[in-house]
Design a binder for this molecule. Structure first.
Ligand code: GLP
Length: 249
């Protein structure tokens, strides 16, 4: 695992965008694994800037998102499909038919999850998976106790995660209590992983992810075992790390 510490969120986002763009440049039919949350928003803005400047073509890009709230329609302004359209897809030349977000409304959730997994494999697997991190060390919606071999499935959200995400909803009781999420096993199959984190509220989770033992109590720690994994974080998120880490590769 490589760790890069940037001074600001802007620098973190530019660096993240360059890493994602490099994958888009180097693959014929790139498959991106995409994340939601406030952390990657500026990175998506950087990718949009590159596209608008004529430097980045999304025509051949395909994507799979990590997760979706159970019970929210795609049109709900807090659904992750809505987030992706609003923050990235509507601003670049990606074909929306080539973008996938798990359905929060599937009648048969286990069948829909199995289909999602099959489609990732059928499309050649994920070239780069973008991740954020929850304050309790979750990735996607893999809360503590998620197993290393977990696959896309319905998951219950912890009270802490519901509290953290309540800022996006009118009130805490509006936050869905379940989600559909790629599993840790699904995520670890991506050929490359990039995890972004900024802010002091992520410092504890980042310290445990990077320097702690691999444990299902900190699901992000499983990425320590990935062969091609890079963390790009700002200095606040790095503030509880004991080691010294470079600001570029
Ligand atoms: C949610 C998402 C995660 C995201 C996390 C952190 O729980 N399912 O994918 O990493 O929030 O969000 P933020 O970036 O807003 O701190």
């Amino acid at each position: 695992m490589q760790v890069i510490v940037k001074n600001t969120v802007e620098e973190m986002s530019r660096c993240g965008a360059e890493i994602v763009a490099e994958v888009i440049f180097s693959k014929k039919n790139p498959v991106l694994g995409l994340a939601t949350g406030s952390t990657p928003v500026k990175m998506y803005q950087e990718l949009i800037k590159m596209h608008k400047a004529g430097k980045l073509d999304f025509a051949k890009v395909r994507s799979f998102n990590l997760d979706e709230y159970a019970g929210l329609a795609e049109t709900h302004d807090q659904s992750y499909r809505y987030f992706m359209n609003f923050n990235l897809f509507d601003h670049v030349n990606i074909n929306k038919k080539n973008t996938n977000v798990p359905s929060g409304l599937a009648k048969d959730i286990p069948a829909a999850c199995a289909e999602y997994e099959k489609k990732i494999v059928a499309w050649g697997g994920i070239d780069i998976q973008v991740l954020g991190i929850g304050t309790n060390g979750h990735i996607a919606f893999n809360e503590p106790l998620s197993g290393k071999n977990s696959r896309t499935r319905k998951v219950a959200l912890t009270d802490g995660t519901i509290q953290d995400n309540a800022r996006f909803f009118a009130k805490k009781s509006d936050v869905p209590t379940f989600a559909v999420s790629m599993g840790i096993g699904t995520i670890l199959e991506a050929r490359k992983i990039i995890l972004l984190a900024n802010g002091k509220n992520k410092a504890d989770a980042i310290a445990k992810t990077v320097e702690g033992p691999i444990t299902h109590m900190i699901p992000a720690s499983f990425i320590q075992s990935h062969a091609n994994c890079i963390l790009v974080i700002d200095k606040d998120a790095a503030s509880m790390l004991k080691g010294k880490y470079p600001s570029s590769l």
